[in-house]
Design a protein around this ligand. Structure first.
Ligand SMILES: Cc1ncc(COP(=O)(O)O)c(C=O)c1O
Length: 429
């Protein structure tokens, strides 16, 4: 499909035309683990990247390919690679760039699983992270050292809700010739075209708003196709790769493929050999979700703003964060970067601290108490005792998480019903 279409049209059409064989209009679900080769010569050409085509669904699948093409178009990316989860997507993106002895510079306000990966798991593989303060982009520059291979942030941090100054971080990344990798899960490309603001790679957990219905787990990495990997400091792209025929990714790729060495290495090394592939059934569900992303996101944002305004003046609320409400530390930046809305998440502390928050969560009726975000249904969680419980008190503070923080993912229900449930649950404190 032409790239001239609007976001709304691309969300419905990009990457697919009616099936030429069956005339099926919807994206067919290809539940096939493998695909036949026309000849031995054909098979060899596919494996040598001399010809595009389907081989085995761990490396690629026609249903997943539509999802990847659609997300690329929505993100303005050159190529995307889907994974079994957002977490697998984060690990694959990092491991495609960094090896033992390398370092990342990352925001400290991260989703708990990503923080644990960077702080407690990657060090066992020799990859270390220096954490920086998302509220102060210059702290990222100060943390850059000779072993740094990438800068990593979440567009809106989970659960602190601090908004990343992507253009300022991109300027620092460019100055030091480092890729800026942004987890855009909390904004989706509908609210923030991360790559247009200077990021090189954007990751989305499809599990959240992109899928939008709490029915499947998945993740995707999108490559702007702009970053120059030929600098020798990116050793994985410049040495003969023993995991792929001795290919030097930044030097040996033919024709158009030379534009996307990162996306190709991502598919042919971590996806192919570490194996966290997305099931085509889940790709199909995410395609259903994407078709209404542009209708759902404005409603998530409207409902979340209404909740933020309601909670801000509620007598039982001690403090509140929402990037789109006047007075929030991210408000000025949100007015600059998030012109279509500030997302569907609101966090707050109830009067009565942690006990008050627990009483509130246990009293909710319409909201579901569970560990997810970005569903059509409104959700609530106490991160300090769940999603971020692996972090020490000090790490939780660094991640912008206080013991009393209650995290709300605001759904698509009627505004009055959402506010009424919050009011009655606050009344129970
Ligand atoms: C910002 C962010 N990134 C990544 C992930 C991980 O995604 P998944 O649960 O699909 O592995 C999450 C999960 O909550 C998240 O909130």
């Amino acid at each position: 499909m032409s790239t001239k279409h609007s976001f709304d049209t691309a969300a419905i059409h990009a990457g697919q035309s009616p099936d030429p064989v069956t005339q099926a209009r919807a994206v067919p679900l290809y539940r096939s683990s493998s695909f036949t080769f026309k000849s031995v010569e054909h098979a060899a050409r596919l494996f040598a990247l001399q010809e595009a085509g389907n081989i085995y669904s761990r490396l690629g699948n026609p249903t997943n390919e539509v999802l990847e093409a659609r997300v690329s178009e929505l993100e303005g990316a050159a190529a995307s690679v889907a994974f079994a989860s957002g977490t697998a997507a984060v690990f694959a993106a990092i491991s495609a760039i960094a090896k033992a002895g390398d370092e990342l510079v990352s925001a400290s306000n991260l989703y708990g699983g990503s923080y644990t990966m960077f702080d407690a798991i990657l060090p066992d593989y020799g990859i270390h992270t220096r954490f920086a303060d998302i509220k102060d982009p210059s702290s990222f520059e100060k943390a850059i050292g000779p072993a740094t291979k990438l800068i990593y942030v979440e567009s809106i941090g989970n659960p602190s809700l601090d908004l990343a100054d992507v253009p300022a971080l991109s300027a620092i990344a460019k100055k030091h010739h480092l890729p800026l990798v942004v987890d855009g899960t909390f904004t989706t490309p509908y609210l923030l075209k991360t790559l247009e603001h200077g990021a090189d790679i954007v990751i989305n957990s499809l599990t959240k708003w992109m899928g939008g219905h709490g029915t499947a787990i998945g993740g995707i990495v999108s490559d702007a196709g702009r970053f120059d990997w030929s600098d020798p400091k990116f050793e994985l792209f410049n040495r003969p790769d023993p995991s792929y025929h001795g290919l030097r990714w930044a030097k040996d790729l033919p024709g158009d493929l030379a534009r996307i060495p990162f996306a190709l290495r991502l598919r042919t090394v971590p996806l192919r050999n570490l194996g966290a592939c997305l099931a085509p059934d889940n790709a199909w569900l995410f395609l259903q979700g994407l078709e209404t992303l542009h209708l759902r996101m404005p409603r998530h944002c409207e409902n979340a703003l209404a909740v933020a305004r309601f909670l801000k003046k509620h007598a039982k609320v001690a403090w509140l964060r929402y990037p789109g409400i006047e007075g929030d530390p991210s408000y000025a930046l949100s007015q600059r970067l998030l012109q279509k809305g500030s997302g569907g998440m609101v966090v707050f502390g109830a009067k009565g601290g942690r006990e008050g928050g627990a009483r509130f969560i246990d009293s909710l009726k319409l909201f579901s108490h569970l560990a997810n975000v970005g569903d059509a249904k409104s959700l609530a969680l106490h991160p300090a005792s769940t999603s971020h419980s692996q972090l020490s008190d000090e790490q939780q503070a660094q991640a912008g998480l206080s013991p009393d923080l209650v995290r709300l993912s605001i759904g698509l229900e009627g505004e009055q019903d959402i506010l009424a449930d919050l009011d009655q649950a606050l009344g129970a404190i």
